[in-house]
Design a protein around this ligand. Structure first.
Ligand code: CMP
Length: 225
């Protein structure tokens, strides 16, 4: 195991040469070709992986059988740490999306290293905090998309029921109160307000008191799709 290789791994960056040398004794490097499965969801985890070169995708299979990509990881990123730390099954599958060189550490060795060098544990926590931040952003935008879809469908329904076509726009002159819209859309009043703002900034709708103009019906339909 080349020392230079390990020094470039962010979670080992606080260590001196002697400490890196010690860790290197536990590591092996393995090559994976593009599209090769590295670890499989639900298996028991016995290894931690550190990407030296290349890129991988982290995926889960949805209930209807679609592959959902949770993340793309690249050089310096680690994976496989979750089941190593909590002893449960692998939370996702990981596949190489480029020819990759990956450093492998056995579970017991990694836990031993963490105990010996607590600064690695701190660096690992930082890495995991970053991952939660990214997931939080994803969840927020996903739930916004869901809400956009629900509100768009409600507006399209109202346009059909009570809208008047004028100069390529649809005018709903007395849009129901936000609480009523929320009940129709199966969401909250706050969400209606948030989604309306987002729709206005995208140029889909325009509001003036109780009057709502649909400027871009196709745009709304795309939200509800
Ligand atoms: P583990 O559960 O052992 O095996 C699958 C790995 O995928 C997991 O550890 C993490 O390293 C990684 N992983 C799971 N979910 C995410 C995510 N949302 N973002 C980035 N990596 C993830």
């Amino acid at each position: 195991m080349e020392l230079m290789l390990l020094k470039r791994v962010p979670i080992f960056s606080g260590l001196n040469d002697r400490q890196i040398q010690h860790i290197a004794e536990y590591c092996v490097t393995k090559r994976y070709v593009k599209d090769q499965l590295i670890l499989v969801e639900e298996e028991i985890g016995k290894t931690l992986f550190i990407i030296y070169k290349g890129r991988v995708k982290v995926t889960r299979t949805s209930e209807d059988g679609r592959e959902v990509i949770l993340s793309i990881l690249e050089s310096g990123d680690i994976f496989g740490e979750m089941s190593i730390l909590d002893g449960k099954a692998r939370s996702a599958s990981v596949t190489a999306i480029e020819n990759s060189e990956i450093i492998l550490l056995r579970r017991g060795d990694f836990l031993h290293i963490l105990e010996e060098y607590p600064q690695i544990a701190i660096a690992l926590l930082k890495e995991l905090a970053g991952r939660i931040r990214k997931s939080d952003t994803q969840i927020t935008s996903l739930s916004l998309q869901d809400a956009m879809g629900k509100v768009a469908s409600t507006l399209i329904l109202l346009a059909d029921e009570i809208g008047k076509h004028r100069e390529g726009k649809i005018i709903i002159s007395r849009i129901p109160l936000q609480q009523d819209l929320a009940n129709m859309a199966g969401t909250s009043r706050e969400t209606i307000s948030r989604v309306f703002k987002a729709m206005e900034s995208k140029g889909y709708i325009e509001r003036e008191g109780r009057k709502l103009k649909i400027l871009d019906l196709e745009g709304l339909k795309a939200c509800g799709a």
